[in-house]
Design a protein around this ligand. Structure first.
Ligand SMILES: Cc1ncc(COP(=O)(O)O)c(C=O)c1O
Length: 315
């Protein structure tokens, strides 16, 4: 069962608030959408809920943390996640959580239900920003919270109603139009993304490509198991640093400069000068955001056109 919300951020906030109380702790993965990170780290503590951010590739230490911290009531995961397209083993984490009677919530925005189904892997609640691939055309902002059973749904519904985070009908209509082509779009998004990643990987101006569909990615094997395909978002590092990244972005003709993702158009962003321009360089580096890092959401354009655009901009 699902509840449509006014934004992905509204879905995340209602889903989490419905399931924690003062005195509880949330255990979350480290690579998160900025809004989620701030909500967990800065807003919830004002209401007596604390949050601990940990590396979920080390499950032994997660087990120890759960054992030693009985106040943990909820684990929140985002997978795959920016900027490195890191993946988390949802089945393994859910099995651990069940041992300690802890809920597992997943941000499935990058994957969509077509590519990844966290309920099949043991999660309790899922949310998506429908602003991205579910709408698919960049025409509406929205979110959806999905509960695995009547009980989890009811718990969220009450909070959802009281917070007033519901969607408006026109955005819901636009989402319904977009979602009809989800599977077809995702197939093309993913095949284009893989071709772009392979092109970037062999280019001499680039030092690193982060795409979980490349055999060189540390979570390639995991993403193959828990995802139908690796998705359409990737990032890479230009050897030429900050100035080179700005020049590269300005030279692109087809890729649209935007911090969003998941539309039919290919979108590109340079976090150091755009979404994270206000964050100190030392902080950015801790989050893996180097000066030459570029993020892309690969769209549905003809792949030859995309590669030609990248080639001329890199040249
Ligand atoms: C992974 C992820 N989750 C949640 C959100 C928030 O969604 P919205 O912009 O619809 O509020 C975003 C937005 O970029 C996102 O990338």
């Amino acid at each position: 069962m699902g509840l449509l919300t006014a934004s992905g951020q509204a879905a995340m906030a209602a889903m989490i608030m419905a399931n924690v109380s003062a005195g509880d702790t949330i255990l979350s993965s480290q690579s998160l959408y900025g809004g989620t990170q701030e909500f967990l780290a800065n807003l919830l503590p004002r209401f007596g809920v604390s949050c601990s951010f940990q590396d979920f590739s080390n499950l032994e230490s997660i087990d120890t943390t759960l054992q030693q911290t009985p106040s943990i009531k909820l684990i929140h995961l985002e997978t795959p996640a920016n900027p490195g397209m890191q993946c988390i083993d949802i089945a393994a984490v859910s099995a651990l959580a069940a041992k300690y009677n802890v809920l597992v919530t997943v941000d499935n925005t990058f994957a969509t239900p077509y590519l990844q189904q966290p309920f099949q892997l043991g999660a309790d609640l899922i949310f998506h920003s429908t602003t991205k691939f579910l709408n698919g055309h960049g025409t509406a902002i929205g979110g959806v919270i999905v509960g695995k059973d009547q009980q989890s749904f009811q718990r969220v519904y009450h909070t959802y109603k009281l917070l007033g985070v519901n969607a408006n009908p026109f955005d819901a209509f636009l989402l319904l139009q977009g979602i009809k082509t989800l599977a077809t779009r995702m197939d093309k998004h993913c095949s284009n993304a893989l071709a772009v990643a392979r092109f970037l990987e062999q280019h001499t101006a680039i030092s690193k490509v982060n795409y979980n569909g490349l055999e060189t990615h540390p979570h390639y094997a995991l993403s193959k198991i828990q995802m139908r395909q690796p998705g359409a978002v990737l990032s890479f590092e230009l050897k030429s640093g900050f100035e080179g990244a700005v020049t590269f972005i300005n030279r692109l003709n087809i890729f649209v400069r935007a911090v969003s993702l998941g539309t039919t158009d290919s979108l590109v962003s340079h976090p150091a000068s755009m979404s994270h321009a206000g964050v100190a360089q030392t902080q950015r580096l801790k989050a893996g955001i180097t000066d030459g890092l570029i993020r892309m959401s690969v769209g549905l354009e003809d792949i030859q056109d995309l590669i030609a655009d990248l080639e001329q901009a890199l040249g």
